[in-house]
Design a protein around this ligand. Structure first.
Ligand SMILES: NC(=O)N[C@@H](CC(=O)O)C(=O)O
Ligand SMILES: [Zn+2]
Ligand SMILES: [Zn+2]
Length: 335
C-alpha cells in the first residue's frame, strides 16, 4: 500500500533557534511543504523585524528544501501600525496568543484577556488569524475545558475573526468547534494516540509530556474519529516541540514532544489501520489550504507501508533530542 500526499502542512510547529533549529528544521522541511512556526523563542518573536530575521534563519536551516515558514507573532496587544508592518511580509500568517505562564516560554503572554479587544478588532478587520494556546491556570486535566468559554466568547464577539484552537485534547473542544463557524482547530499526533495512562499510568514517560497534557480515552477516541473522518475544520498541527535531552530526563521535565521527522509516516499508518487513508490529504493539507487560502510550494511526499524504526535520538550541532516512541518500529515510512 502507498499514498502520495500533496503539499503536506504542519499547522503548529516549534523550530526553536540556533543549533537546535539547524538540527530540527530539515526534519520538517524534507517532507512538509510548509508549517506554521510558533513564536515562543526567548525572547518571543513580537515584532516584524524579529519575525523577518527568524524566517531568514529558518530558510537557511531548511538547507535547500522547498519549505514555506508561515510566521507568527507572539500576541502583545499589537497596534494597527505593527499589524500593517507584519502584513507587508508575505510570510506573515497570524498572531499566537499565550495566556501568561500557560506553557514553555510563555511568561510574557497575556495576563488580562479583557485588555485584548482593540488588537482583536484590528485583526478581525485586517483578516489576520488568531491562534490560541487555550488553557486556564486551573487543575491540569481541566485547563482546556475551563478555557472553552473564552473561545466561545471570542468567537461570538468577533464573528469575522478566524480563531484556531491550538492542539485540542478534549471531546468538549471538538463539540465547540462545530458550534461556531469562525472556530477552527489543530490536533497533534500524540493526542490522537495516547492518553494520560501512556504518560503517567505506569513508569513516567517524560518524552510524552506536553501541554496540554494527554487526557482520557474518550477524548483521544473522539479526536481520532474526527481526524480519520476528515473533519473539515480540524487540521494537523504536530506541535513538535524539541527540548534537549537534559531538559526532559531530569527533575523538572520541560513540556513538549518531538515527532516531526516521522509524523507523516505515523499518520499514514494510523489512517491505514482504520481504513481512512482517503481522508489523510484533507487532514494534513486540504483543510488548512481551504480555511486559510494557502498556496504552499508544490511538493508531494509518498508514504509506503514499509516499516521504519524511530531512532533512539536525533543528534547534531551539539544537540541531542529523544523523540516520541524512540526505538519503536512503525509500519509506514517515507518512500
Ligand atoms: N506543547 C508543549 O508542551 N510545549 C511547547 C509549547 C506549546 O505549544 O504549548 C513548547 O514550546 O515546548
Ligand atoms: Zn501550546
Ligand atoms: Zn506548541
Amino acid at each position: 500500500m502507498q499514498i502520495t500526499l500533496d503539499t503536506p502542512l504542519d499547522m503548529h510547529l516549534h523550530l526553536r533557534d540556533g543549533e537546535m533549529a539547524r538540527l530540527v528544521t530539515p526534519c520538517s522541511a524534507r517532507t512538509f511543504a510548509g508549517a506554521v512556526i510558533m513564536p515562543n523563542l526567548v525572547p518571543p518573536v513580537t515584532d516584524s523585524a524579529a519575525m523577518r530575521d527568524y524566517a531568514e534563519r529558518i530558510l537557511q536551516a531548511a538547507d535547500g528544501c522547498d519549505f514555506r515558514p508561515y510566521m507568527t507573532l507572539f500576541f502583545k496587544n499589537q497596534t494597527r501600525q505593527e499589524l500593517e508592518t507584519a502584513l507587508a511580509n508575505p510570510l506573515f500568517f497570524g498572531l499566537k496568543l499565550y495566556p501568561a505562564g500557560a506553557t514553555t516560554n510563555s511568561e510574557g503572554g497575556v495576563k488580562n484577556l479583557g485588555e485584548t479587544g482593540t488588537t482583536l478588532h484590528l485583526m478581525e478587520e485586517m483578516g489576520i488569524p488568531l491562534l490560541i494556546h487555550g488553557e486556564s491556570h486551573g487543575f491540569v486535566m481541566d485547563r482546556e475545558q475551563d478555557f472553552l468559554p473564552v473561545y466561545r466568547n471570542l468567537a461570538t464577539r468577533f464573528p469575522k475573526l478566524k480563531i484556531s484552537m491550538e492542539h485540542i485534547t478534549t471531546a468538549a473542544a471538538l463539540e465547540l468547534l462545530d458550534a461556531h463557524e469562525n472556530l477552527h482547530a489543530t490536533v497533534t499526533l500524540q493526542h490522537l494516540l495516547i492518553t494520560l495512562d501512556d504518560l503517567a499510568g505506569g513508569m513516567l514517560k517524560p518524552h510524552l509530556f506536553c501541554k496540554p497534557i494527554a487526557k482520557r480515552p474518550a477524548d483521544r477516541d473522539a479526536l481520532l474519529q474526527a481526524a480519520l473522518s476528515g473533519h473539515p475544520k480540524l487540521m494537523f498541527g504536530s506541535d513538535s516541540a524539541p527540548h534537549p535531552i537534559h531538559k526532559k530526563e531530569c527533575c523538572g521535565c520541560a513540556a513538549g514532544v518531538f515527532t516531526a521527522p516521522f509524523a507523516l509516516a505515523k499518520l499514514a499508518e494510523t489512517f491505514a489501520t482504520h481504513q481512512s487513508l482517503d481522508n489523510l490529504q484533507a487532514f494534513v493539507s486540504g483543510n488548512a489550504r481551504r480555511i486559510y487560502a494557502l498556496t504552499p510550494p508544490d511538493k508531494t511526499v509518498t508514504l509506503v507501508d514499509t516499516p521504519m524504526t524511530i531512532p533512539a535520538a536525533y543528534r547534531g550541532y551539539g544537540q541531542e533530542i529523544v523523540p516520541m516512541d524512540a526505538g519503536h518500529t512503525i509500519g509506514w515510512s517515507v518512500a
